[in-house]
Design a protein around this ligand. Structure first.
Ligand code: NAX
Length: 327
């Protein structure tokens, strides 16, 4: 039997957390033969609802759940963690500017970075879901000097999944027929969902769709603003789909998916002319055991170049807004 792996989840009593922890405990993230020990982290006011979530986890009687802890203490919660999913963040309150939200959340990720640095297992991998995810990742990694920063990832998978769903719908194919969609840049309204390299059943998606106006006026804004579309329909923000994407991300990261492309944000080394040190999402192949390989040599047309510049500018502005938290 495999040794259990410790998975820490922050914001575990929130909407995404509620869906996420059940699926981790059922074995969907790390495999149906991989026992897990869940360490769930919440704020003090979150402890009561967290108790309820833990009761439900117990009542699911998952054979793979070999341990369950709930805490508001970060070092306890991240103790020996091999994988961390950081969902907990402050939602935007009424009248709160994006910048205030950025600073409030960056402070959370500063503290969590320090705790992960101190308490987590060697080789820990971290997925940041809480927004602004890319810049929170930057703050976290800067405050966790012993953690390999290329294992601190901002979640772009929901954006990728959203884009694949839209293309499948437009072409009347299955999502499994759609490959090589890329989300460049930031998990924000300025990201560049790019179908110039994508294929549908092996054929060029641009040729199959053959509708540039649809791409520019419908597809791109729809993927960029899908979060708002869900909020207006559901009266609450995307939760199950966000949790599902976090599961997809870690499963593919750990098990590998061969030649498939995934958009993952880790610190840039200047690839594709991006500014080094930004958590700029680029297409990568997951080779298993957390090894990744950049998809190189893709080209952009003038429209793509402009989209890349715009999203990079945003990531630089975000970085500059949290400069005071970078040691
Ligand atoms: P909820 O408000 O339902 O849940 C958040 C939970 O986090 C709450 O239970 C709260 O008590 C807890 N929390 C807050 N600060 C904490 C801290 N310092 N330590 C531990 N727990 C803390 O929000 P939910 O809908 O679950 O969304 C969580 C985050 O995910 C938000 O920041 C949201 O913007 C972000 N999202 C990111 C997405 C992505 O693709 N990267 C998409 C979905 C989602 O919008």
């Amino acid at each position: 039997a495999k040794k259990p792996k410790v998975v820490s989840v922050t914001g575990a009593a929130g909407a995404i957390g509620y869906s996420l922890v059940i699926r981790i405990a059922s074995g969907e993230m790390l495999g149906k033969d991989q026992p897990v020990i869940l360490k769930l982290i919440e704020t003090e006011p979150g402890m009561k609802p967290l108790k309820g979530v833990m009761m439900e986890l117990q009542d699911c009687a998952f054979p793979l759940l070999h341990g369950l802890h709930g805490t508001a203490d970060l070092e306890e919660g991240f103790g020996d963690a091999e994988h961390c999913v950081l969902v907990g963040a402050r939602p935007r309150g009424p009248g709160m500017e994006r910048k205030d939200l950025m600073t409030a959340n960056a402070a959370i990720f500063e503290t969590q970075g320090k705790a992960i640095n101190k308490a987590a297992a060697k080789g820990v991998s971290v997925l940041v879901v809480g927004n602004p995810a890319n810049t929170n990742s930057l703050v976290l990694a800067a405050n966790a000097p012993d953690v390999d920063s290329s294992k601190v990832m901002a979640m772009m998978r929901l954006d990728q999944n959203r884009a694949m769903g839209q293309i499948a719908e437009k072409t009347g194919c299955l999502v499994s027929d759609v490959e090589k969609v890329v989300i460049w840049g930031n998990h924000s309204n300025n990201q560049y969902p790019d179908i110039h390299h994508a294929t549908v059943k092996g054929e060029s998606a641009m040729k199959v769709i053959n509708d540039e106006a649809w791409m520019k006026e419908t597809f791109i804004p729809r993927v960029q603003k899908r979060g708002a579309e869900i909020i207006s329909a559901r009266g609450a923000s995307s939760a199950a789909s966000a949790a599902s994407s976090a599961i997809d991300h870690f499963r593919d990261y750990v098990y590998g998916t061969g030649d498939m492309w995934h958009s993952i944000a880790i610190p840039s080394k200047g690839e594709y002319n991006t500014t080094p040190g930004l958590w700029f999402s680029l297409p990568r192949k997951c080779l298993g055991d957390g090894k990744m390989e950049l998809v190189e040599g893709l080209t952009f047309n003038a429209f793509g170049e402009e989209m890349m510049k715009k999203v990079e500018k945003e990531l630089i502005e975000e970085r500059d807004a949290v400069k005071h938290l970078l040691p």
